[in-house]
Write a protein that binds this ligand. Structure first.
Ligand SMILES: Cc1ncc(COP(=O)(O)O)c(C=O)c1O
Length: 484
């Protein structure tokens, strides 16, 4: 590393992130006061990414000994770097690399800036935990230290991922009780990408695709973009109404049926076992492709028999790291029958060539890190506790939620409308979703709201949010009269 004789981490800290202390030792060129040369080197190393924000600089005496200068010189160098905004000194702790002022440190959730003081329960995200950034940090660090991994990350790779990476992700899915055949698994850029790939490969523009009357908006949007016609199949608390599907098939069988059988988003309904069997038979009878979306993670014991097991010859199974590790990774999988592999690979290649090899490798290493299991175990328990509390607190309003689910579905009392309640909650600092974006076609939306239990920072924030819901729903309706 030019200009540096040594640069190693050797300490872990707490407070959410791994704090590393660098053994940064600059090789100082000749000319100019030494303290200034040290400060310049430090700035240069931060700009090049060799010293990362949050890293702890060596104690002044240690660096002074290593460079053969006085402690006073190092003190002046650190002071100069601090004056320029590159480092900050924390009383009793040491000197740390910081983000310069002009770096944008705004926090975003699903592309939207996080507003101060607002509790956003409108996005289905996993609950925050320090193990999340730490897991990614460790994965990236081990890649950065491996010349072979870096070389692989700079090369084009096979569309569906390397055989080794497919095997590693399949093994992880196997541990989670999900499809684990690496020969049928393609690596995608997340679940949403998997939906696009499936629809583009299975249906031609103008063909009919069907889904639950209320379903994941990403499917609706992908179908619209692929110029497909959408059919809404009625549903109830046991999932999609298979009799209604049979009636649709008698008139016009859809080419594809998209389903989230274990956890309907937004209602949380789970497709009953009897309906799964009948649905697989109906799909065979009318030659319908099934797209089974399992992205909303549920613990194995909370799931039903997967459609991919009941009708493997016609089911495409979708999963992603988004609800288990992190959505920002953009890594998912599509497990598909053998006969579709070539067409799916070709679609993948034409869209983006492949998922970024660096991110695939980061995901693989993170999955293999035992701390990822610890994170998931914590998450499952945390969601269960949050769900139990929300159901208890909102019992008077008829709150519903599938076992193991992080979604709460709240049908509104007579006389209340989703948009009115959403606006009242927003005014008190709580964001929730209304069913409108989940409606397939022009089906009317029920009057209800969906709360996602993952995003609140902690249980205390959840408690505040539930109190706001209680307050708003306990008030008489107040429709804003704004039109003539
Ligand atoms: C049912 C369902 N499928 C797919 C996705 C998209 O997943 P990803 O973030 O991996 O693209 C989501 C995201 O919330 C989802 O709820």
């Amino acid at each position: 590393m030019a200009g540096f004789s040594e640069h190693n981490e050797h300490k872990y800290g707490v407070k959410g992130f791994i704090v590393t202390m660098t053994i940064w030792t600059p090789d100082l060129p000749e000319g100019g006061p030494r303290y200034r040369r040290i400060a310049e080197h430090m700035a240069e190393a931060i700009r090049r990414g060799e010293l990362a924000p949050g890293e702890k600089l060596p104690p002044q005496r240690q660096l002074a000994d290593r460079l053969g200068v006085t402690v006073g010189t190092i003190t002046r160098a650190y002071t100069e770097a601090q004056r320029q905004g590159w480092v900050e000194s924390r009383v009793g702790s040491g000197t740390y690399v910081r983000l310069p002022e002009d770096e944008d440190a705004t926090v975003f959730r699903a592309g939207v800036p996080v507003e101060d003081g607002v509790i956003d329960m409108s996005m289905a995200l996993p609950p925050p935990h320090p193990l999340r950034p730490q897991g990614l940090q460790r994965a990236l660090r081990t890649i950065a230290e491996s010349p072979l991994a870096l070389q692989a990350a700079t090369d084009y790779q096979p569309e569906a991922g390397t055989p080794a990476q497919r095997a590693r992700i399949a093994a992880w899915q196997g541990e989670l009780g999900l499809p684990d055949d690496p020969d049928r698994l393609l690596i995608t850029q997340g679940g949403q990408h998997g939906i696009h790939l499936a629809l583009r490969t299975l249906a031609q523009p103008g063909e009919l695709v069907a889904g639950d009357a209320l379903t994941y908006p990403g499917f609706i949007c992908a179908a619209q973009q692929a110029h497909l016609r959408l059919a809404a199949v009625p549903m109830d608390e046991a999932g999609l109404d298979v009799d209604a599907l049979a009636r649709l098939c008698a008139r016009h069988p859809p080419r594809v049926l998209y389903l989230t059988p274990d956890l309907n988003n937004p209602t949380g309904a789970r497709l009953s076992e009897a309906r799964r069997e009948r649905l697989a038979a109906l799909a065979r009878e009318h030659d319908i492709w099934l797209v089974e979306d399992a992205v909303q993670y549920l613990p194995r014991e909370r799931r039903g028999t997967p459609l991919v097991e009941l009708a493997p010859e016609r089911t495409l199974h979708l999963f992603s790291t988004s609800k288990v590790l992190a959505g920002g990774l953009r890594i998912g999988t599509l497990t598909a029958p053998e006969r579709l592999q070539e067409r799916l690979c070709s679609a993948l290649r034409s869209q983006s060539w492949m998922a970024p090899p660096l991110m695939v490798e980061a995901a693989c290493r993170w999955m293999e890190d035992p701390a990822s299991r610890e994170l998931l175990a914590w998450q499952v328990e945390e969601i269960a506790a949050r769900r139990a509390r929300a159901l208890e607190r909102l019992a008077a309003f008829g709150a519903q939620s599938g076992e193991g689910s992080s979604l709460i579905w709240l049908p509104l009392p007579a006389g209340r409308r989703s948009s009115e309640v959403q606006a009242l909650l927003a005014r008190r600092g709580l964001k929730v979703s209304t069913p409108e974006p989940f409606c397939v076609g022009s089906e009317p939306a029920p009057q209800a709201i969906r709360l996602c239990l993952g995003p609140p920072e902690d249980r205390e924030a959840l408690e505040r949010a539930l109190a706001i819901v209680d307050e708003v729903l306990s008030e008489p309706p107040s429709s804003p009269w704004q039109t003539l």
